[in-house]
Design a protein around this ligand. Sequence first.
Ligand code: ATP
Ligand code: MG
Length: 453
Amino acid sequence: MKRLIPLINPLKAPGRALKKWLTKPSSNAPLTIIPRDHHSISRSQISESALKVLYRLHKAGYQALLVGGGVRDTLLGMQPKDFDVATNATPEQVAKLFRNSRLIGRRFKLVHVVFGREVIEVATFRAPPSEEHSAKQSATGDQGMILRDNVYGSKDEDAMRRDFTVNALYYDIADFSVHAYAGGWDDLKHQRLRLIGDPEVRYREDPVRMLRAIRFAAKLGFSLEQETERPIAMMAPLLQQIPPARLFEEILKLFLHGQAEQTFEQLLHYGLFAELFPQTAEQLQHDDFCQALVRNTFANTDVRIRSGKSVTPYFFLAALLWPTVNQRMQQLQDKGMPPQQALHKAAERVIAQQARTIAIPKRFSIPMKEIWELQLRLPKTRSRRCEELLSHPRFRAAYDFVLLREQSGEELDGLGQWWTDFQAQHGPVTPSRSDNDKPRKRRPNRRRSPRRN
Ligand code: ATP
Ligand code: MG
């Protein structure tokens, strides 16, 4: 069933004549202006901090608009993840206005204005990079990838630098109108994801846009417009150019928005998954258990997120790589290596191989290895140290992992049930995975991977 989108104020939906009046051609792309009474955004839906930033910029005489997901999601009746602001003030001018701000990024300069744990990202309008600008301001790699993007421009130019039409929606604090470019308003109404400009050029500029296409389609329940979809399968290998640290940030966003299962199927469909997790993709081809494990992992992740529980990336990463680790471990054991040592070696190799595409920080790879190691210890149910294991910081995750393996078809001789009973007898024990591994208190820095390159 299609969702009803409260994008338009139903009391005052624009009539035909009005609509005509609202749309006017701008330098590059048609701009549609939707006045305050004709869309559904109200200031009460915008965070106080974002409003403060918008008002202060406006009072100082600059243009100040909310842009991107903050506008898109609010129009769709969803809670935005964060609020981004676009302005014609330079980063230095923005920084001067806010004591609680810092300049970040070199390739894509931005200002973060910090309010406790909330960070409002303020970006200066970008213009298309051109030859007349120095290499210091803008740079493009051999294959068309944008390496630096610091040429400032107008709002119209800025809109054309954004990825999808529904991400080029602006909410102007000067008169509370919404500005939509390149058919973004229609695309939002028709739940369509469309890249601005020539899709091949745009994917080449920044191959991460392919992942963003899959993510937004799954998260918003939108379909990919034909031209936006067509080049993806062919261009998927371009992801190899992306620094592994940036891809790590992207996979967190891909799998932690509550639609991981669908996202996974789409990544697989377009050949993107193999670029991200080559070892797992290989394993998926001939291993039914791996297929079930990966699908169950994402399905469980979605259930947890939708019911408001937290999830830890190391759990799903441990699951994605487990079949390969397990296979390597068996091979080493067949050669006579003791199990612990074989696991250790297999784990190191698989993680090192994975790091070529996605750099998993130590704070995640260490708990992944602990979960795997506990898979060797949990079957020793006759050991006197069982009770000790209950207080292992990774016990709960390792126990969940056993259940997941069983759920995915592995025959473990009732191991999950044994530990369920054991905990019932010896409980209350460790808090659940969600409580045990509450995300570390976030520092007020909204870590962003540099955009557009
Ligand atoms: P969400 O915050 O829910 O992930 P978002 O659309 O706000 O969605 P952000 O990554 O926060 O996405 O980026 C904010 C805006 O910046 C986007 O809406 C888009 O206009 C622009 N943008 C971000 N990344 C890119 C990119 N790689 N190429 C072009 N434009 C981008
Ligand atoms: Mg955002």
